[in-house]
Design a protein around this ligand. Structure first.
Ligand code: URA
Length: 265
């Protein structure tokens, strides 16, 4: 798509955001000249106010059909692609910029029922440019399936878009640098529910200093979206005994989403 095309679409998006939902379409040039609006003759009363309304002598010109503007989802998709391009060029965190292979933006459909948010890409994600594709990602896919959903129907992203070297915990400055991108991403993706995986994601999204043990097991809110926090799949791989508590969290989420809980009547 040309840049002019993209700019025009984004302009329409801005109009739409300002409340303009329809644009009139001018009549085709080749059409026979449309009848013009002719004002009804108004024989000026010379004395008293006339008792009958004047008779119109012509019909109004047909109003051009109002057509819906560009598909809002399509506009959001374009804006999201542009955001991903901006993120790919980001150099706000010198160490991450110097050591990453590529940024890992996110994957999945717009307007999903559910969005999973992790911490930051790991080695596999950094190599492939996709979130949660390593061992933790495989467990996440199993979790999504156990919840009765398909991986392709949820959105998956991380609070940070670059891999911290040696998978170290991101610094608070790095988290702050990436926050604007995450906020805009979520604004465009617009999921109905959020599930934060692990302490770093939960603390970042909720701007909370609490530990994951204190944040899990109840609902929070981010920009009006209900948020459930649970353990990170990488932690579950290290300590499988935590899977039961994680499943309890996810059942709570499924109930809130109004979805059936697989295996329960
Ligand atoms: N861990 C995360 O938090 N995110 C990924 O994408 C992969 C592993």
């Amino acid at each position: 798509m040309s840049d002019v095309h993209t700019q025009l679409r984004l302009h329409l998006f801005a109009l739409q955001a300002a409340g303009v939902e329809f644009l009139p379409v001018p009549p085709p040039r080749t059409a026979p000249s449309a009848p013009r609006v002719v004002a009804a003759p108004t024989a000026l009363p010379t004395a008293a106010i006339p008792t009958t309304a004047p008779t119109p002598v012509s019909v109004s010109a047909p109003v051009p059909p109002a057509v819906p503007m560009v598909d809002p989802l399509e506009i959001r998709r374009i804006a999201l692609d542009q955001l991903a391009t901006t993120v790919a060029a980001c150099a706000r965190c010198p160490e991450l910029y110097a050591t990453r292979t590529q940024t890992v933006f996110g994957a999945g459909p717009l307007a999903p029922e559910l969005c999973f948010v992790g911490e930051a890409p790991g080695a596999d994600e950094d190599r492939l440019g996709q979130p949660f594709v390593g061992a933790a990602g495989q467990l996440l896919t199993k979790i999504i399936t156990a919840m009765g959903m398909k991986r392709e129907e949820v959105y998956i992203c991380n609070t940070l878009k670059c891999r911290p070297p040696m998978n170290r915990t991101p610094s608070s400055q790095e988290c702050a640098n990436c926050r604007e991108f995450f906020d805009r991403q979520l604004e465009l993706v617009r999921p109905r529910f959020l599930c934060c995986l692990g302490a770093v994601a939960a603390q970042n999204v909720l701007q909370s200093p609490l530990r994951i043990g204190q944040l899990r097991g109840r609902f929070h809110e981010y920009q009006g979206i209900p948020v459930l926090c649970t353990f990170h799949p990488a932690y579950l791989l290290r300590d499988p005994s935590k899977k039961k508590e994680c499943w309890d969290d996810l059942k709570m989420l499924l109930r809130k989403m109004g979805r059936p809980i697989p295996g329960e009547k």
